[in-house]
Write a protein that binds this ligand. Structure first.
Ligand code: AMP
Length: 989
């Protein structure tokens, strides 16, 4: 058919039969065509009724694609009813179908003379059937879908021309139930060209989301969504079941859940692909494959891990992302410091830690001996060698090895290890150091057995110390009556491990201690061992005298009973108000002092079988949480001394000193440490350091005392040289004497009274401290061994205590005299730099310290009284307190200094005592005091009389070459003393 757009029938804006490229139309992926008239190149074969109605013609569409179209244009005639029916269209799975029509429609105005007959719409209808009905066609079977009108029939051009416009209309039809359907187009008198008819339904197309694939899904025609389960793509695993919803519009909605790529695979374009060589992925997940870490490789695709290069390893817990590592190199620069039978080993970190941070050190101990052939034979050390903190798994580069044998060669192999050392035994390296231990004293005897006991004797045996540290030359056995508390004792020596002690009192408790001796000296003493001798045997009495004895015993019992009765009665009357301390009823005659019932008595904590019981009897247990430590203020024998605060519930916070017991202590050290608290806890006096309590139930073990702001007296005085008035000094001395009076009343002998053991608080109150038993002397740096083996602070100790350990309150009075001298000389060292031996000799010969510079005569006299050789002539502390009280009441008396006036006569020292030699010349004094260098110096100058000497000033001393301040002061004071005694007669200095 020819087409002239201007003609009535030419209603298509088409270029007919033009050869142009074909552009295939792409439909949206969620639309499935059931019919597409454009797709058909040949006749469509639709039924047209009546036959002069709709007409099928060929043409091209807007893209110049050849198409088949239908048109009708019977606009001039009335009552048009032209039907065009499609072929049967199978429904497939569609429930709702869409009909897309493309058509052109001429407006009736553009056609002349058609008024009344021309229409501008046509009808769209459909018929559902289960099968193809062929050419059978009945109008009434069809249902109307819609009346279709053109949106725009024409477009007006600038020239006033009207151009036909292609309309597109889409209609939905649902809910389809039969297998297929027909569409029909009813024309009632329009001029219409049906350019294309497309029938389609919508689906949700196959898709992959979150590594799960979802199949093609046809939606429901209702409003509800279709839930679709996805399946994981190859090489992936469900993390959470994947699901999605298909909407009626063929759109996927709300993806839920997901799949993850297996180890060795990574996600690439919605699939899981193998890791490439050199990469790995060890876990399930959508992470990318990682590059192999240092010192590892993967040669194959899809690797889960990377293997380690040669000599590199991966420890069990190492993550796959960690580099492969190797054992560390050996530690470097090993240094050993030997102390007797222990050694401190220190080393530097290995140069190469193997790439790891978990380096620890292990120390292997070997004992090495040279065999006869000269070669070394090593064997592992005994199991009782101690490593501090331990031998293996050390994080620091030091260890202390103790309990080694004396004079023995040891080799220590120090190995650095890390997490892969056990995987490469051949690569392990260590540094070795060989040492030889020194001489050491034997360890204490710990096991003592009683073999046989009788009335007057006992046989004992013991085991050799665990660590003799050499050949044991002999054992020292010291024993004493328990009651006498070591005031007198006996010492025996035995070569073997047994001894029989004879000459003992029957039915008496004794305490005994043993210590072993080697070439290195004495070892520590054993703990006290108690034994009792047997009672007097009643059966040894002869039969003849038995009757007499019986009467005597009966009478004695009766008398004892009567006495006890009387004692109890008197006690009830007189003493019921006194303290109930268990020891109060005992009479004590120790240390030369008679103490009466009613005065509280010191109880030796070592007499308790269980020393911890003593601590808890005398000291309050504190909760560590009540104590706050502030800083370290000093060092004690057992650990640091700190200052801090104690806050007890419902009490005010107070400042305290805290003595700690350092870790690694032995049972004995703990006992000895706490013994001080057991002793201190028994005292309650303003001039005795007060115990606040102890911490024994948690670590560290602590002793908490009142805090003394000015620390120890000796250093305090040295710091404040010549800054106090006489009265202030006497006040301090009075406090010390008062504390000592209290101690001696309690029956406690201090044994180590010295300015260093006096503490001073912020009010200048002095308090006696440093309590303990034997340990007081063990820990005092001033204490030296005497020829009898004891350790004694020679310069402060009375001659009888040095000579035969006779420690009493009278020996404490001697020490008090020395403290007096220390105080008055502002912390000068007694006897200066003289050796201990020279001090003992000088004192024994009657020489005494001279008065310190500007020392009041009364005080110097008091010193001399305290230094009486005969201990009973020394003043009691009570008398000392009263003398000092008098001085305080009469401060004028302090003005008379020792070097300018005669000695007062009212004190107890017998200065004409024949034991005290006189000293006539300065040379004698200097000889006596062993100030030989000074004597020589003085021999170079002429001194004609003691008068001139007394006037010797420090300036004069400088002239003769004595330039150091200390000695000048001492010499000047010595000279003054000498001057004073020559004026006043033969006074020993
Ligand atoms: P000690 O173990 O008693 O010899 O104490 C060692 C040092 O700690 C002393 O010399 C003092 O300097 C200091 N110290 C001990 N106890 C106290 C205290 N109660 N108050 C202040 N400082 C103390």
């Amino acid at each position: 058919m020819d087409c002239n757009p201007r003609s009535l029938l030419c209603i298509l804006p088409l270029l007919l039969s033009c050869a142009v490229p074909v552009i295939s139309v792409i439909y949206p992926p969620n639309e499935v065509n059931l019919l597409d008239s454009k797709a058909s190149q040949g006749e469509l074969g639709w039924i047209s009724y009546p036959s002069h109605g709709w007409e099928e013609i060929s043409g091209v569409d807007e893209h110049y694609t050849p198409i088949r179209t239908f048109q009708v244009c019977n606009v001039m005639e009335y009552s048009q009813n032209n039907w065009l029916r499609t072929n049967w269209i199978p429904r497939q799975s569609a429930q709702k179908i869409y009909v897309e029509l493309k058509f052109t429609l001429r407006d009736c105005n553009s056609i002349p003379l058609v008024l009344g007959t021309c229409k501008e719409t046509f009808n769209l209808l459909y018929l559902e059937t289960d099968d193809d009905q062929g050419s059978r066609f009945q109008e009434h079977q069809f249902s109307k879908i819609d009346t279709i009108a053109a949106d725009e029939s024409f477009t007006q051009t600038d020239l006033g021309d009207r151009i036909l416009k292609l309309n597109t209309e889409v209609r939905e039809v649902g809910h389809m139930t039969k297998k297929g359907f027909y569409l029909a187009f009813q024309d009632v008198g329009a001029c219409v060209a049906l350019v294309s008819v497309r029938v389609y339904f919508k689906k949700c197309p196959y898709t992959v989301r979150n590594l799960a694939s979802f199949p093609d899904t046809v939606p429901m025609d209702s409003q509800s969504l279709v839930e679709v389960k996805g399946s994981c793509v190859n090489h992936s695993k469900e993390e959470e079941p994947p699901r999605m919803y298909c909407s009626t519009e063929g759109e996927w909605l709300v993806p839920i859940g997901k799949c993850l790529c297996n180890p060795g695979y990574e996600e690439r374009s919605s699939t899981c692909q193998m890791c490439r060589a050199g990469f790995y992925k060890s876990t399930l997940g959508n992470a990318e494959c990682s590059k192999c870490p240092p010192h590892s490789f993967s040669h194959h695709e899809g690797s889960l891990h990377c293997g380690c290069e040669k000599n590199y390893f991966r420890a069990e817990g190492d993550p796959a992302s960690m580099a492969c590592t190797r054992p560390p190199s050996a530690p470097r620069n090993v240094i050993s410091s030997i102390n007797e039978t222990s050694v401190i080993l220190e080393w530097s970190w290995p140069e190469d830690a193997g790439g790891r941070r978990d380096v620890t050190f292990t120390v292997l101990c070997k004992r090495c001996r040279s065999s006869n052939g000269g070669s070394q034979r090593c064997e592992p050390c005994r199991s009782n060698v101690r490593f501090l903190p331990r031998a293996t798994g050390l994080h620091n580069t030091t260890v202390t090895v103790g309990d080694l044998l004396a004079h023995t060669n040891y080799t220590f192999e120090i190995e650095a290890q890390n997490g892969v050392s056990s995987l490469a035994p051949k690569m392990r390296q260590y540094a070795a150091v060989t040492i030889t231990t020194n001489q050491a004293a034997p360890s204490p005897v710990t096991v003592i057995r009683k073999e046989k006991t009788s009335r007057n004797s006992v046989s004992l045996s013991w085991q050799e110390p665990e660590r003799p540290n050499g050949i044991i030359l002999d054992y020292e056995i010291k024993y004493y009556e328990k009651e006498e508390q070591e005031t007198s004792y006996t010492i025996l020596r035995a070569r073997g491990c047994n001894v029989t002690l004879s000459g003992l009192k029957p039915n008496t408790a004794y305490l005994l201690q043993i210590r072993a001796r080697t070439a290195a000296g004495y070892g520590a003493t054993s703990p006290s061992f108690q034994f009792e001798t047997s009672p007097d045997s009643a059966f040894s009495i002869s039969s003849e005298s038995s009757q007499v004895v019986l009467i005597a015993i009966s009478s004695a019992v009766a008398i004892i009973l009567l006495t006890v009765l009387l004692y109890v009665l008197i006690g009830r009357f007189c003493c019921h108000s006194k303290s109930k301390h268990p020891d109060e009823k005992r009479l004590h005659f120790g240390n030369g002092h008679l103490r009466l019932p009613g005065i509280r008595t010191y109880v030796d904590p070592h007499t308790y079988e269980d020393p911890s019981q003593a601590v808890h009897e005398f000291a309050k247990e504190l909760d560590a949480s009540c104590i706050a430590i502030d800083k370290v203020v000093g060092a004690g024998e057992f650990g640091e001394v700190c200052s801090g605060r104690l806050k007890l519930p419902s009490k005010k916070e107070i400042c305290v000193a805290i003595k700690t017991l350092k870790g690694g202590y032995t049972d004995k050290q703990r006992r000895d440490f706490l013994a001080e608290a057991s002793i201190m806890g028994q005292f309650d006096h303003p001039n005795i350091i007060r115990l606040e309590g102890v911490v024994t139930r948690s670590k560290p073990v602590m002793i908490v005392t009142e805090y003394m702001e000015n620390g120890s007296l000796d250093s305090f005085l040295r710091k404040h040289d010549a800054q106090f008035t006489g009265i202030q000094l006497v006040g301090m001395l009075r406090g010390i004497a008062s504390g000592m009076k209290y101690l001696s009343d309690m029956g406690y002998v201090h044994r180590d009274l010295a300015a260093r053991n006096i503490l001073v608080n912020s009010n200048l109150v002095c308090k006696v401290s440093d309590f303990g038993l034997s340990r007081v002397l063990e820990d005092d740096p001033e204490a030296a061994y005497t020829t009898r083996g004891g350790k004694i602070p020679i310069r402060w100790t009375a001659p009888e205590a040095i000579a035969y350990r006779k420690f009493t309150s009278a020996s404490d009075a001697w020490s008090y005299g020395i403290v007096l001298w220390e105080v008055m000389s502002y912390g000068e060292r007694p006897y200066w730099e003289m050796s201990n031996q020279d001090v003992i000799k000088a004192v024994d010969e009657g020489y005494r310290l001279p008065p310190p510079m500007d020392c009041p005569a009364t005080l110097y006299q008091l010193m001399l009284d305290c230094w009486q050789k005969e201990r009973n002539n020394r003043p009691k502390f009570e008398q000392i307190v009263s003398i000092l009280d008098k001085l305080i009441r009469n401060p004028g008396s302090l003005k008379i200094t020792a070097n300018t006036t005669s000695r007062p006569a009212n004190l107890l020292l017998d200065r004409s005592s024949s034991e005290v030699p006189s000293m006539g010349t300065m040379g004698d004094w200097m000889d006596g005091m062993r100030t030989l260098p000074c004597k020589e110096a003085f021999s170079g100058v002429s001194y004609s009389s003691c008068d001139t000497l007394a006037k010797t000033s420090t300036e004069d001393l400088k002239k003769v070459g004595v330039s150091i301040v200390g000695p000048q002061k001492k010499i000047v004071s010595s000279l003054k003393a000498l001057d004073s005694h020559t004026k006043n007669g033969p006074v020993p200095v």
